[in-house]
Structures are given as structure tokens and as C-alpha cells.
Design a protein around this ligand. Structure first.
Ligand code: B12
Ligand code: SF4
Length: 279
């Protein structure tokens, strides 16, 4: 199937100047492509006018499925983009995934422009959903998927996070204009990020990592992840020692000064630790 994955841009935000690849979408794209789908990614962060650019894309070729990734900060613009897709082609299936739909699946699926919500890690749920849509089946029983049928919201059970991250294919970096990504520290040079672990056993009060990726720490051991970047033309490396310096010089003293406390290991200050949401 023709699938377009969209990472919206957060307008008027300092963070829109940090141009990092959307790793969640790249990972989902890798799995969908392996399943034989024709996948494209649109990253709003690289666009000066994302609504116009999305319209232009849709004018050329209409995808059968559009997947939109949303943090809470992106929820509003994601809904606007979903409405735009539906106004142009009502038959296109619009799927929402990412942190915000994981935390608030019922709220998101209640919007008429959203057909499906995927909770938690999206790779396998999205692949199974695409397969179901291809054969015109309801996604009944597909873990992680929330959908509407006959006016009712159906919340399928949560998907277990991928146990061995190395079972997933490489994120589809090649579907992104990778040389256009930069970071603030090395603004003039190409920059790519990678994620080497998922899940966290802690429950810091401000963080949703445990709710979306589950409490079990899972590391990727695959060497190709780093090898893949090593041949490119002299990228700078943002080293772990920089994070340590930042942490000891600025972050820790700042937190102490503002008397912000971390949640305790294993505490439930952050709500249920299911790797999915409270629905
Ligand atoms: C890297 C990062 C950033 C980068 C983003 C770079 C980029 N291009 O993605 C930068 C530094 C710019 C950034 C900015 C911000 N961030 Co940030 N960030 C992260 C971080 C550390 C990793 C995200 C990541 O790449 N994960 C790896 C991939 C594989 O996971 P994923 O993105 O979650 O995707 C998976 C699922 O969510 C799902 N999925 C995702 N998209 C989709 C789409 C579909 C269709 C489907 C089906 C599934 C799906 O499937 C994916 C694969 O399993 C997370 C913390 C974390 N550990 O997740 C915080 C996090 C996402 N950020 C957070 C926040 C709050 C922000 C800011 C609002 C900060 C601020 N005060 O302004 C801004 C908002 C930026 C924005 N545009 O939304 C929060 C979001 C909480 C929330 N309720 O939304 C998080 C969870 C950290 C936290 N404190 O809890 N961030
Ligand atoms: S240690 Fe705290 S901030 Fe870091 S991922 Fe775990 S819960 Fe989030």
C-alpha cells in the first residue's frame, strides 16, 4: 500500500531549530517497507510551510494510509493535518501514533478525522494494521490499535514492547533527506541521531518514557547502527562526556536550586507502567 508518514513541525518553537531525524517514523518506515509497502516520510521540521508542502505532495499522489506522529505539543497541528487529508481524500485511512495518542487514545480517536490510533511502539501494530487495511479487514484484536466501528470506540489490548530491538530492521534513514538535519551545537554540519535503547524503570514525575516504552530497559547491540554513519563525510560526534559535563555543571545544580525531586525507582508517581496508556 502507499503509505505516507508525517512528522509535523511545531510552529513558533525554539525546538523547531533543532533539526533531528524523526526516529520513530524512520523505524516504522523500515518495518513497513520490509513488509512490501511503498513508504514515504514527510518531515515538517524541514519545511518552511508544512501545510502548503503537504498539499503539494497530496496533489501528486494520494497515499492510501497516512500516519501522523504526535507529541502533546504536536497534537493540535496533527489534528489540523489529519483534517486536511480527510478533506482532500476521505477514503485515506488516517492513523495517529506517538506519545500523545498513546497517553490519550480515546480523546484522539474521538476526532472525526482520525480513523485509527496506535498506542505505544508503533512498528508491529502499524504493519499489522496496514495488512488488515489492505485486505479490507477490521483491525479487531491487533494489539495496540484503537479504532471506531458502528459509532463505538474499540480499544484493543496493549502491545508488548519489542523485546529484542535488533529484531527490527534499520530505521529507514534513506527515506529522509539526511544531509539536511543539523543540531544546534554543530549547526553548519550534517547531523544524524540514533536511538540505542528503549524503556526505563524509573518514574521521574515529568517524563512519559515509562508510559510509552514500558519499564523494561532494552538495549540494541547491533553494531551496524553506528557503522552506518561512520563512512559519511566527517560528521561531528556529540559525545557522552558532553552529557556528563552538562549534567554535573548545569543540570544537577539547577535542579537542586529549584528543589525539583526525581520520582523513586519503581514508584508509580507517573501513573500505570503498562507500556501503554490508561484508557
Ligand atoms: C529526541 C527527542 C526530542 C527531539 C525531537 C527530534 C525528533 N525529530 O524527533 C527534540 C530535542 C527536538 C525534542 C523536542 C521536544 N520534546 Co522531546 N523527546 C525526545 C526523546 C528523548 C526521544 C524521542 C525519540 O526519538 N524516541 C525514539 C523513537 C523510536 O520513539 P518514538 O518517537 O516515541 O516513536 C515510537 C512510538 O511513539 C510510536 N510512534 C511515534 N510516531 C508514530 C506515528 C505513527 C503513525 C504510529 C503508528 C506510531 C508512532 O512508534 C515509534 C516506534 O516505536 C523523547 C523521550 C523518549 N525517550 O522517547 C522526548 C519526548 C518525546 N519529548 C518531549 C517533550 C515534552 C518535548 C518538547 C515539547 C520540549 C519542550 N518543552 O518544548 C519538544 C517538542 C518537540 C516536538 N516537535 O514535539 C516529551 C513528550 C511528552 C508528551 N506528552 O508529548 C518526551 C516523551 C520526553 C518526556 N519528558 O516525557 N524532543
Ligand atoms: S530516568 Fe527519568 S527522565 Fe530519564 S527516561 Fe527514565 S523516567 Fe524519563
Amino acid at each position: 500500500m502507499k503509505i505516507l508518514l508525517i512528522h509535523p513541525r511545531l510552529e513558533r518553537s525554539f525546538f523547531s531549530d533543532i533539526k533531528l531525524p524523526p526516529l520513530g517514523l524512520a523505524s516504522i518506515a523500515g518495518v513497513l517497507r520490509e513488509a512490501g509497502h511503498d513508504v514515504r516520510i514527510f518531515d515538517g521540521i524541514l519545511s518552511g510551510n508544512q501545510i502548503r508542502d503537504i498539499k503539494d505532495r497530496l496533489a501528486d499522489d494520494f497515499p492510501e494510509i497516512v500516519g501522523i506522529g504526535a507529541t502533546s505539543a504536536l497534537a493540535e497541528i496533527s489534528l489540523q493535518i489529519a483534517a486536511l487529508i480527510k478533506s482532500r481524500e476521505p477514503k485515506t485511512a488516517v492513523v495517529m501514533g506517538g506519545v500523545h495518542p498513546t497517553l490519550f487514545p480515546r480523546q484522539m480517536i474521538s476526532n472525526p478525522q482520525i480513523d485509527y490510533v496506535v498506542r505505544g511502539e508503533g512498528e508491529l501494530s502499524m504493519a499489522e494494521l496496514a495488512k488488515a487495511l489492505e485486505s479490507e479487514r477490521e483491525p479487531a484484536g491487533i494489539a495496540g490499535v484503537v479504532y471506531k466501528t458502528k459509532g463505538e470506540i474499540v480499544v484493543n489490548g496493549p502491545r508488548k514492547p519489542v523485546d529484542n530491538l535488533d529484531d527490527l530492521p534499520m530505521p529507514a534513514y534513506d527515506l529522509l533527506p539526511i544531509r539536511r538535519y543539523t543540531s544546534l551545537q554543530i549547526a553548519e554540519r550534517p547531523f544524524a541521531s540514533m536511538i540505542t535503547s528503549r524503556g526505563c524503570p524509573y518514574s521521574c514525575v515529568f517524563c512519559s518514557a515509562r508510559l510509552t516504552m514500558g519499564p523494561k530497559y532494552r538495549a540494541s547491540l547491533r553494531r551496524e547502527r553506528s557503522k552506518r554513519f561512520s563512512g559519511s563525510s566527517g560528521p561531528s560526534a556529540s559525545r557522552r562526556s558532553c552529557s556528563r559535563t552538562a549534567s554535573s555543571r548545569w543540570i544537577s545544580p539547577g535542579l537542586k536550586a529549584s528543589a525539583i525531586s526525581w520520582g523513586e525507582k519503581g514508584s508509580r508517581s507517573n501513573g500505570p507502567a503498562t507500556g501503554g496508556s490508561a484508557v
